[in-house]
Design a protein around this ligand. Structure first.
Ligand code: SAM
Length: 208
């Protein structure tokens, strides 16, 4: 009888100890914390979907200016920068011409940086930055598309440009052409080439 009582007490204390541990660890997990602003921002960021197709290299200011002037960007345009880096192209267009713009970048750090730059420039009402893979993005509302990618990425993107964009939409690319799709204009800025195209009414047979 005494032995049975001891065994029962032993089992109960083991059970109680494990319950206490569970409650304690629950309390630790639920304990109120005071995270810093940085931690809050990090937890609300989406993880990066995959490795970027091209590393971040910013377009120099004078080339940005040329891209915007070649595309005759204005107040009524909707500009999409596909692979937008620190946001300088849509931000400059918004500051100078009141253009509404969207920047798309796969890298969450670039999106964070672009949003901070838009805030500093006072154009958060005009520009939006989306963390997306540009090859899966909807840029069909664009009247101007800007690019600084790589030659093979421009060629890969070409069918989507033809599919999504309205005839007359202007496209400017820093440094890289579009393969067989010949540009309507080119310009040289301090040794860097800017290419310009408009979306035709019909896709030329050799580019289908
Ligand atoms: C050469 S930088 C150009 C940045 C900016 N457009 C400029 O001209 O200053 C290319 C950018 O494309 C982004 N990128 C690379 N692959 C991408 C993808 N699949 N989807 C969206 N962004 C991408 C990179 O993170 C990088 O910021």
């Amino acid at each position: 009888m005494f032995k049975t009582l001891l065994a029962t007490l032993g089992a109960s204390s083991v059970l109680l100890a494990s319950c206490t541990q569970q409650v304690e660890s629950k309390n630790v997990a639920q304990a109120p914390t005071t995270p810093s602003t940085v931690e809050v921002q990090q937890t609300t960021q989406k993880p990066q979907e995959r490795t970027p197709d091209v590393v971040y290299v910013p377009t120099p200011t004078e080339v940005v200016d040329k891209m915007l002037s070649m595309a005759k960007v204005g107040k009524n345009d909707i500009l999409f920068d596909l692979g937008s880096g620190d946001g300088r192209i849509p931000i400059t267009a918004a500051q100078r011409f009141g253009t509404r713009g969207t920047g798309i970048d796969i890298d969450p750090e670039r999106i964070k940086e672009a949003n901070a730059n838009a805030k500093k420039a006072g154009v958060t009402d005009k520009v939006t930055f989306l963390q997306q893979d540009l090859f899966k993005s909807d840029f069909s509302k664009a009247t101007v598309v800007t690019l600084y990618l790589l030659p093979e990425l421009n060629v890969k993107l070409r069918p989507q440009l033809f599919k999504q964009l309205k005839p007359g939409t202007r496209i400017v690319s820093h440094a890289f052409d579009m393969g067989d799709w010949k540009p309507e204009q080119t310009a040289n800025v301090n040794g860097r080439t800017v290419y310009y195209w408009t979306i035709p009414k019909e896709v030329p047979a050799n580019l289908r």
